[in-house]
Design a protein around this ligand. Structure first.
Ligand SMILES: Nc1ncnc2c1ncn2[C@@H]1O[C@H](COP(=O)(O)OP(=O)(O)O)[C@@H](O)[C@H]1O
Ligand SMILES: [Mg+2]
Length: 261
C-alpha cells in the first residue's frame, strides 16, 4: 500500500515569533495509506484542526514537509477535500447545484455535471432532494450534501474535521454508515478528526491518538475488525478501554495546562 499522505516532522507555530506564539503541532510524522481510513483522536486544542488546515493547503507549516501522493502540498486542491463540522453550502443554490458547483468550475457541461451530481446525491441517500435549498434540509442531510460535493471532485484524500459533532446520536450513527459506504466506493483515503472514541472505533482502520498540545503522536491502534462493528464485541470493548485510558491522561494534561496558563 503506497502512502496517500506523508507528514515528515511537521511543526505548526501560530503567530510565530510573536508574544502570543502557540505551538499547535510539534514535529509530527504520520502516514496515511492509499484507501486507508485513519482517525485522529485527541483532546480539544491539541492541534488536530491545525494539522488538517496544513493538509488542505490552507496554511503553511512552520517546519517539516507534507506530501500528498508524493508531491509537496503547496495550496488547496480538489484532490484534498476538506469537510468541516458545519456544512458550508451556498444557500442560494439548489442542493444539486451545490454538488455540481465544482464540476461547473472545472468546465464540465450542464447535462453531464447534473447527472454526475445526481448520482452522487443518490449515493448519499438524497436522490430526491436535488431541487431543495440547503435550509430545507436537516443538519445530517446538509452534511451528506457536503460529502457528495467533495466526492464530485474525485478526491484522493478526504479531510474531515469533526464532521458529525453537531448531529444527534442517531443521525451520527447513520452518517457513519453512509460515510463508510461512500469511502469504500470511492477508494479515497480518509483522515477524520474526532474526540469520540466510539466514532473512532466504528470507522477507523487505524486510530492515531494525539497528545495534549503541542500535538504529537502518542499511540497508534489498528482496528482489524470487519464493519459494521459491534461495540459489544469483546475486542471492541477492550480497545475502548485502552483508548479511554490513553485519552484520559491527555485530557487531564490539556485541562491542567489551561487552568495554569
Ligand atoms: N488561526 C489560529 N491562530 C492562532 N492560534 C490558533 C489558530 N488556530 C488554532 N490556534 C491555536 O492552536 C492550538 C490548537 O488548535 P486546534 O488545531 O484548533 O486544536 P483542535 O482542533 O485539536 O481542538 C490552540 O491553542 C489554538 O488556540
Ligand atoms: Mg478542531
Amino acid at each position: 500500500m503506497g502512502s496517500a499522505i506523508q507528514l515528515n516532522r511537521v511543526t505548526k507555530i501560530w503567530n510565530e515569533g510573536e508574544p502570543g506564539a502557540v505551538t499547535a503541532v510539534d514535529s509530527l510524522s504520520l502516514q496515511v495509506g492509499q484507501g486507508e481510513f485513519v482517525v485522529l483522536l485527541g483532546p480539544s486544542g491539541c492541534g488536530k484542526s491545525s494539522l488538517l488546515y496544513l493538509l488542505a493547503g490552507l496554511e503553511q507549516p512552520s517546519a517539516g514537509e507534507l506530501l500528498c501522493d508524493g508531491a509537496r502540498v503547496a495550496g488547496p486542491a480538489p484532490e484534498r477535500s476538506m469537510i468541516f463540522q458545519e456544512a458550508s453550502l451556498y444557500p442560494w443554490l439548489t442542493v444539486l447545484d451545490n454538488v455540481a458547483l465544482g464540476l461547473r468550475l472545472q468546465g464540465v457541461e450542464q447535462p453531464e455535471r447534473d447527472s454526475r451530481a445526481q448520482a452522487l446525491l443518490r449515493q448519499v441517500g438524497l436522490g430526491d432532494m436535488g431541487q431543495r435549498r440547503p435550509h430545507e434540509l436537516s443538519g445530517g442531510m446538509r452534511q451528506r450534501v457536503a460529502l457528495a460535493r467533495a466526492l464530485a471532485m474525485k478526491p484522493k484524500v478526504l479531510l474531515m474535521d469533526e464532521p458529525f459533532a453537531a448531529l444527534d446520536v442517531q443521525t451520527r450513527a447513520r452518517m457513519q454508515g453512509h460515510l463508510l459506504e461512500v469511502w469504500r466506493a470511492s477508494g479515497a483515503s480518509v483522515l477524520l478528526v474526532t474526540h469520540s472514541i466510539d466514532e473512532a472505533l466504528a470507522l477507523a482502520d487505524r486510530i492515531v491518538v494525539f497528545t495534549a498540545r503541542p500535538g504529537r503522536v502518542k499511540h497508534e491502534v489498528s482496528v482489524a475488525l470487519p464493519r459494521p462493528r459491534n461495540p459489544h464485541d469483546p475486542r471492541m470493548v477492550d480497545l475502548h478501554r485502552q483508548l479511554t485510558e490513553l485519552l484520559a491522561d491527555e485530557v487531564d494534561r490539556a485541562f491542567l495546562e489551561q487552568e495554569t496558563r
